[in-house]
Design a protein around this ligand. Structure first.
Ligand code: MLC
Ligand code: AMP
Length: 506
């Protein structure tokens, strides 16, 4: 039976047995062992009643087993729905009700607090730990490791549902097909010259496009290996780097490495490629990294709905401050508000079309219609320019979005929580320059007349209902918010007024 995506990730490696995963303690898992574990999970999913097309929601800590569960979903034709490990029960509640998964996989440590959430949503819950533990791992252990006959799936079938917040508050599930993921994996592996000899230092989370699809799929189609670090930790990066050939990271990884005296030419001697994305890499960081190591970081641009859209060239000029050129098979255009194509170097809305572009938002046809044109062009919400020789530069965002350490925060969601705090009249959430995270989340809060809500109260309310990375690092109380003639809060003005709030290193 045919399942081209499964075939690309796992098929061509059959009979070969190189290493796929290197764990921080040095343990190795070969491609064949990984396929065996994935086959066990796929069979366990069948036992649990998961059918092709069903969603499998997963909020579990990074581990070899989580990746094997992802691989199992590809083979079983299930739709993988990874969730940020920082999400709190209120947030999980929304995803379970909206996606209606057949199964929810939680971390064992979170089982007690999430079981009632899953039960209320009518979703079966199992657990998966990082050391082969959890009820799902126990079920998988009982299954055969022998080769899996993958469920037949085509390019248009859904492979994953990744939530990305909306500017008006409700998170939207971006539907990614097998064809979307497959085309991007093949294009990137080729563009960045990944081979079976590569060893990727993997310090990203595996619940987002960057760590899951870009890093993992590219390594799998190339038949290479990954050093699976639980999280970014500079000491561990320097300890493990000598075994690696490549690394992918968000800009915060690179600013932290650049600030570290251990970043030298000798330390990166074995490396052939450093990739950055998910947030803007300062041209200065690019230059500092090159001065310390001799390496030009390769910056690329993408988003959940698109996978990767542009990349600086592997062999040609990697231009600092730009995100390079559209990838093969990907079309990109820059337009003004009236829908006219703009000349080179003129800022406008970036639109993208190609086999990488998602299938729409889960059960939100109106939202889909707002952003995805009938002829396939996706309106990114990013403002950019393109030079005459093709290089794209992101110069701003039309969407109200903060990117902190590579995680997206939608102000509307945080403002809704703050506005419900007793004594708060209204609020505006903005991102301000932050040396470590790129942008730090700040809440500008107007108290009700006669009330005196404290910054602590506001932060506590946010902590109870939102993942920690969304919680404002600073809360500033003001008498009124600046508004334009239409009554709209002027966030650009707020960002200007408070620009220096996070001094050195936030
Ligand atoms: C952690 N914290 C953050 C944060 N990460 N706060 C704001 N922004 C972040 N990104 C908070 C924690 O909740 C905690 O808060 C405190 O900071 C310290 O936590 P930590 O775990 O020690 O943080 P650290 O390890 O330093 O994490 C920072 C980081 C990490 C940058 C290494 O966030 C990270 O790995 N980011 C990668 C995100 C990513 O993969 N993005 C790709 C999206 S895909 P408290 O209150 O408890 O002290 C995409 C498409 C594309 O965008 O183009 O790729
Ligand atoms: P996400 O929704 O998490 O996929 O985030 C996608 C957003 O991250 C894009 O719309 C951009 O605003 C931003 N982004 C990704 N890569 C880059 C980059 N290299 N430079 C600037 N912004 C980026």
């Amino acid at each position: 039976m045919s399942n081209p995506f499964h075939e690309a990730l796992f098929g061509h490696r059959s009979g070969r047995d190189g290493t796929f995963l290197i764990l921080p303690d040095g343990a190795r898992i070969s491609h064949a062992q990984f396929r065996g574990r994935a086959a066990q999970f796929a069979r366990a999913l069948g036992v649990l009643g998961v059918r092709p097309g069903d969603r499998v929601a997963v909020q579990a800590e990074k581990s070899a087993d989580v990746l094997a569960l992802y691989a199992a979903c590809v083979g079983a034709g299930a739709v993988f729905l990874p969730l940020n490990t920082a999400y709190v029960p209120d947030e999980i509640d929304y995803f379970l009700r909206d996606a209606e998964p057949a199964l929810f996989v939680a971390a064992p440590a979170a089982a007690a607090r999430l079981a009632p959430v899953a039960e209320a949503a009518g979703v079966r819950m199992v657990t998966l730990g990082t050391a082969g533990d959890g009820s799902l791992a126990a079920l998988a252990d009982k299954e055969e490791r022998g080769p899996l006959l993958p469920v037949a799936r085509g390019a248009g079938d859904l492979a994953a549902l990744l939530y990305t917040s909306g500017t008006t508050g409700r998170s939207k599930g971006a539907m990614l097909s097998q064809g979307n993921l497959l085309s991007n994996a093949l294009v990137l592996a080729e563009a960045w010259r990944f081979t079976a000899r590569d060893v990727l230092l993997h310090a990203l989370p595996v619940f987002h496009t960057h760590g899951l699809f870009v890093a993992t799929n590219v390594t799998l189609v190339a038949g290479g290996a990954m050093i699976l670090m639980p999280r970014f930790d500079a000491d561990e990066v320097f300890r493990l780097m000598p075994q690696a050939t490549t690394m992918m990271g968000v800009p915060t990884f690179y600013t932290r490495l650049v600030a570290d005296a251990r970043l030298t030419r000798a330390a990166v001697e074995h490396m052939r490629l450093f990739v950055s994305g998910s947030a803007p890499l300062l041209a200065q960081t690019h230059r500092d990294f090159q001065a310390a190591t001799g390496h030009m970081i390769l910056e690329r641009y993408g988003m959940t709905e698109l996978n990767m859209a542009t990349s600086n060239p592997y062999a040609g000029e990697r231009r600092p401050g730009t995100v390079g050129m559209p990838l093969p098979e990907v079309e990109l255009r820059i337009r003004d508000d009236a829908g006219r194509d703009l000349p080179p170097d003129t800022p406008g809305m970036i639109e993208v079309r190609g086999p990488n572009v998602f299938q729409g938002y889960w059960r939100m046809p109106e939202k889909t219609a707002e952003e995805l044109r009938p002829d396939g062009w996706f309106i990114t919400g990013d403002i950019g320019t393109q030079s005459a020789d093709g290089y794209v530069t992101i110069v701003g965002r039309a969407k109200d979005l903060v990117i902190s350490g590579g995680f997206n925060i939608y102000p509307a969601e945080v403002e809704a929580v703050i506005d419900a705090v007793e004594g708060v009249l209204e609020s505006a959430v903005i991102g301000l320059p932050h040396d470590d995270l790129g942008e730090g989340v700040v809440a500008i809060v107007v108290p009700r007349p006669g009330a005196a809500p404290t910054a602590d109260l506001v932060r506590e309310a946010c902590t109870a209902r939102l993942a920690r990375f969304k919680v404002p690092r600073r809360v500033v109380l003001v008498d009124a918010l600046p508004r334009n003639a239409m009554g709209k809060v002027q966030k650009a003005e707020l960002r200007r007024q408070h620009a220096g709030l996070f001094g050195e290193r936030g």
